[in-house]
Design a protein around this ligand. Structure first.
Ligand code: NCD
Length: 473
């Protein structure tokens, strides 16, 4: 069945189904076979390349890809060269650039910025990295490399290494691997663990089973032992029989298919990372003598800054330069699909395309509930005026809201119902979010407050029934 991806955005890796990802790879193979023969595919098209953070590989491979396809590129590389420096909003920039170009590729330090561009531009938008959030086109070329080396994407064992907190590439990669039924070992440097909101998605939405490390603390501190492991079966909810009945350490000795190394994202936090860098694990020949790594390929999105020894370059298991080279055919395939210059052919039997995406109720009332992530686009001074705070209600125990822009979570303390007050001031009551009242209010009627003052300011009084859920009889 022929499917068009024309006009679609790629903001998160979840925007593509597994079958669409495989179809991008098939087209990338075709492109790779004749890189110089594609110069009519996107003739007459313009790509806007907006990179407001440093980039070598991503920007140049996108630009090389568009050039190889016969299209043209307009670009800006620094915020200070645009009207953003004059205080222009991302939304206004997006509208304007969308009227100059046929597709926009954007890298920006604020988490959720690419989503805002997609909301306001009339052309397809590709997220080339939004702060520490996601980097989905990098994931495409990471998976492409894994598939080439391992011949499949299903059911692999992958270790993610280094800065899992701020590394956007590992967030997108983990979501994709989960959908292909991977077992993942997380080996963060101390203090740079996978964020809880990412773990929640992997466990709740991809039915992954989480195993936390509970071995000796000293071993953990050495940084070589995975802190957590996630096991996912490709077909959805776990059948217990499929879960390996072994601990993380035993799993480790059996080896992993790929070790994905990342650098410390020192530009994303204060104070300076120099002290932290001391404990950062290094991948070198000595480590790769370990039994568990015998068949393991080494990957890295690059740039490397000390965590991956140069002596590994001659090792046949090292894949990072090959990985980077895949960026051009992958991005050629992606651009030509989103521009509608190519279509994908997906076998009929495989068409139920999305690995069932979980739908959550949305909360977007103006009650002062804001994202707490200071890097989120929704809380920036230039964007605050027009961006409406919007969340998915991802859990009721405890009440958990996920920001639709950066995906960070908040746990607001007070709730009320819009149904019950019906304009009668005396009926306006608010309750604690951990009381059983939460279960009584339909999501569409839910009103959420950050503080009692906010609730009272809007005319609500504290309701009587405020017992926490656990005590409810
Ligand atoms: C990565 C990025 O920008 O997130 N690089 C890349 O796109 N190749 C990884 C990094 O900068 O560490």
């Amino acid at each position: 069945m022929v499917i068009s991806l024309a006009k679609r955005d790629l903001i998160t890796i979840e925007d593509l189904s597994n079958q669409e990802i495989e179809a991008v790879f098939a087209l990338a193979d075709e492109m790779a076979e004749g890189l110089r023969e594609q110069s009519n595919v996107c003739r007459g098209m313009i790509m806007a390349s907006l990179f407001f953070e440093p980039s070598t590989r991503t920007r140049m491979s996108f630009e090389a890809a568009m050039n190889r396809l016969g299209g043209r590129v307009i670009s800006v590389m620094e915020m200070r060269n645009t009207s953003l420096a004059k205080g222009e909003s991302i939304a206004d920039m997006a509208r304007v650039v969308g009227s100059y170009a046929d597709i926009i590729v954007i890298r920006h330090p604020w988490e959720g910025a690419a989503r805002v561009v997609a909301d306001y531009a009339d052309v397809p938008v590709i997220n080339a990295g939004d702060g520490g959030h996601e980097h989905p086109s990098q994931t495409l070329l990471d998976l492409y490399t894994i598939k080439k080396e391992r011949k499949t994407l299903e059911g692999l064992k992958i270790a993610l290494w280094g800065d899992l907190k701020y590394g956007r590439t590992v967030h997108s990669l983990a979501y994709a691997l989960a959908r292909f039924g991977a077992t993942m070992h997380f080996r963060p440097s101390a203090g740079f663990e996978m964020p809880e909101h990412v773990i929640r998605k992997l466990t709740a939405e991809y039915a992954g089973r989480l195993e936390r490390y509970n071995g000796p603390k000293e071993e953990k501190e050495k940084g070589l032992i995975p802190l957590d492991a996630i096991y996912v079966t490709p077909s959805g909810p776990h059948q217990l029989a499929n879960i390996p009945a072994v601990g993380i350490q035993i799993e480790l000795e059996k080896g992993v298919d790929a070790l994905y190394v990342t650098r410390l994202q020192k530009e994303r936090f204060e104070p300076s990372a120099e002290g932290l860098k001391k404990g950062y694990p290094v991948v070198d020949k000595k480590l790769f003598k370990e039994k568990g790594f015998k068949e393991t390929i080494v990957m890295h999105p690059l740039p490397r800054v000390g965590e991956l020894a140069y002596e590994m370059d001659s090792d046949p298991r090292s894949m990072y330069f090959k990985q980077a080279a895949g960026g051009v055919p992958i991005r050629m395939a992606l651009l030509s699909l989103l521009l509608g210059c190519k279509t994908v052919d997906i076998p009929e039997s495989k068409v139920p395309s999305f690995a069932k995406k979980m739908e959550h109720p949305v909360y977007k009332r103006e009650t002062g509930v804001k994202c707490q992530n200071e890097k989120c686009v929704s809380v920036q001074e230039t964007e605050r005026e027009y961006i409406k705070h919007e969340f998915q209600i991802v859990s009721n125990e405890p009440l958990t809201l996920r920001c639709v822009y950066c995906e960070h979570e908040i746990h607001p303390p007070y709730i009320a119902s819009s149904k019950w007050h019906q304009g009668l001031v005396e009926n306006k009551r608010y309750y604690k979010a951990d009381s059983f009242m939460l279960g009584r209010i339909k999501p569409e009627n839910l009103i959420i407050f950050n503080s009692e003052e906010k609730a009272q300011h809007q005319g609500f009084k504290l309701g009587k029934r405020v017992k926490p859920v656990g005590n409810a009889k």
